[in-house]
Design a protein around this ligand. Structure first.
Ligand code: HEM
Ligand SMILES: *[C@@H]1O[C@H](CO)[C@@H](O)[C@H](O)[C@H]1NC(C)=O
Ligand SMILES: *[C@@H]1O[C@H](CO)[C@@H](O)[C@H](O)[C@H]1NC(C)=O
Length: 509
């Protein structure tokens, strides 16, 4: 009786253990198969020695020296070298202009690790989507960046910049150094909200930290962490971890922010329709384009698709330019002679006017070269990756098979010492037209290249020009010798210890 009563229980415990054991075994076997495939793929690409379990993850300590390591390996291993993230994921890291051209001229999809981790936040938006969906959305959204659409943005961006510069008044009086990345992030968020979504958010003058900006910062950190911590590649493990919990919380804050923007617009559109007003906004913005987009079957975008694109553009449209502008200010502070040349050029272009206009944007070539040189030294997006759907052969005859993950090190390309003599030196003259003509176009790719390049690059260049021009008109940027920023690639290029400068007012202008 007793025996009968117990034995089924005992059996089931054994069963459970057996099942767990089997599952573990299967996982290990699967990992080993994937690993063998990876080893075989990378056979012809020598690289730095890797730990069997951690791979190279432990080499990247996020201590401000990770990018230096890439450059060191680049010099040792010509054209490309493998990096292992955990026991089974190998990424072929490429840094030669011709290798980069080979991959970026294709429409191969984004790699399914790094980008997959964005999906719970950005949905299947333009940044991560592939195939027909990406193609359809890219075609649909491209008119949103036509120069007629971009023109009125110059005024909106300069308004946002002025709000930031007014806030800087206290720092200019004290002449004490201050951290600028957070100021610039609020400014670029304010700008994208006004330009793309016609939203006046007051986010720059609201007191306290902005929950959306904080959420974006956390999300970037957590996406990056998830990639580095191999067990987090498993959905279940990440979900149950405290980091997974923080991720969901931050994503929910970001989603609420974007959902509110969409909700408000739908309300306005409904009201306009009811009152028979056709258009009382001055221009067609990005959200209009999203909401009114129709394909050949008169099919619009689903609510989910719209939200994914709003999340994508809200993020891509402010965090990248915040990084770009912050590093430009830093570089100009470190190079006062170039800063002064920009200032004179800007004052001449403005010719007494208080603000920059669309027509002035091409009257500041020296400033534009300084912006490009800063994008070279501090690329806001330091690396991207792809996953091959078919084999790819590089110019030297080496081939990688379908399924291979390719990492394009934008930072690495920009530090190639053959192409860029003395690569760490800030030298805007590298971007004189005659010097550009003598270089591979794939030696400078801050906005990537080819069919999946940055759709927002003209918007971004305009925003950077306006921000730099108005800032230099008003302040001298001065280096703070006690605060040297430490670059960390965290989706976007950030600084571990912030970016600090001092400023002084420019008199009598
Ligand atoms: C200095 C500022 C910027 C830099 C350096 C930058 C850089 C890049 C890079 C390198 C890519 C390729 C990403 C990949 O292959 O995974 C990209 C794609 C993209 N960028 Fe930007 N970006 C900037 C500003 C912007 C702005 C202002 C917007 C929107 C208003 C934007 C929207 C996008 C979108 C939607 C994609 C995906 C395009 C596609 O796959 O078809 N970016 N950007
Ligand atoms: C830099 O680029 C040149 C020319 O494009 C190439 O020959 C060289 O191998 C590259 N150097 C590195 C370290 O990738
Ligand atoms: C987001 O909005 C939903 C519904 O409006 C709410 O239940 C949730 O608490 C909000 N989340 C955060 C983090 O604000």
């Amino acid at each position: 009786m007793l025996l009968y009563g117990i034995s089924p229980f005992v059996l089931s415990v054994n069963h459970v253990f057996a099942l767990i054991f089997l599952a573990c075994l299967l996982t290990v076997v699967k990992l080993l198969i994937v690993r063998r495939k990876g080893v075989k793929t990378m056979e012809r690409f020598p690289g730095p020695p890797a730990h069997w379990l951690f791979g190279h993850v432990k080499e990247f300590r996020q201590d401000g020296h990770d990018l230096e390591k890439i450059v060191k390996w680049m010099e040792l291993y010509q054209f490309a070298f493998p990096l292992w993230f955990g026991p089974s994921l190998a990424v072929l890291n490429i840094h030669h202009p011709s290798y980069v051209k080979t991959i970026l001229t294709t429409t191969e999809p984004k790699d399914d690790y790094a980008y997959k981790f964005f999906i719970p936040w950005l949905g299947d938006g333009l940044l991560v989507s592939t195939g027909q969906k990406w193609f359809r959305h890219r075609r649909l959204l491209t008119p949103g960046f036509h120069y007629d659409v971009l023109k009125p943005y110059v005024k909106l961006i300069s308004d946002s910049t002025k709000v930031m510069l007014d806030k800087w008044e206290v720092h200019s009086r004290s002449e004490e150094s201050f951290e600028l990345f957070k100021h610039v992030s609020l400014m670029t968020l304010d700008s994208i909200m006004k330009c793309a979504f016609s939203c006046n958010s007051n986010c720059q003058t609201d007191s306290g930290t902005n929950p959306y900006i904080q959420a974006v910062f956390d999300l970037c950190h957590l996406v990056n962490l998830r990639f580095r911590v191999f067990p987090y590649h498993s959905k279940a493990i990440f979900h149950l971890s405290p980091h997974g919990y923080r991720f969901r919380k931050a994503a929910s804050i970001a989603h609420n922010h974007t959902a509110e923007v969409i909700r408000k617009r739908k309300e306005v559109l409904k009201m306009e329709e009811e009152q028979g007003i056709v258009k009382n906004r001055r221009y067609l913005d990005f959200l209009d384009i999203l909401l009114s987009a129709r394909d050949e079957h008169q099919q619009g975008l689903s609510d989910e698709d719209i939200r994914a694109e709003v999340d994508t553009f809200m993020f891509e449209g402010h965090d990248t330019t915040a990084s770009g502008i912050s590093w430009i200010f830093y570089n100009l502070a470190c190079n006062p002679e170039h800063q002064e040349k920009c200032r004179q050029e800007i004052q001449q272009a403005l010719d007494g006017k208080a603000t920059l206009e669309w027509e002035d944007l091409n009257k500041i070539p020296y400033t534009t070269m300084c912006i490009k040189e800063s994008l070279r030294l501090h690329p806001p997006v330091p690396g991207i990756s792809r996953k091959l759907t078919k084999p790819l052969t590089f110019f030297d005859g080496r081939t990688v098979p379908e399924g291979c993950t390719i990492g394009v090190s934008i930072y690495g390309i920009h530090m190639n010492s053959t192409v860029w003599e003395n690569p760490y030196k800030f030298d805007p003259l590298r971007f004189l037209p005659e010097n550009v003509a003598n270089r591979s176009p794939h030696a400078f790719v801050p906005f990537s290249a080819g069919p999946r390049n940055c759709i927002g690059q003209n918007f971004a260049m305009n925003e950077m020009k306006v921000a730099v021009a108005l800032t230099l008109k008003r302040y001298y940027l001065i280096k703070d010798p006690d605060h040297t920023p430490k670059m960390i690639p965290q989706v976007v290029l950030r600084s571990l210890n912030g970016i600090h400068i001092k400023i002084k007012p420019v008199e009598n202008d």
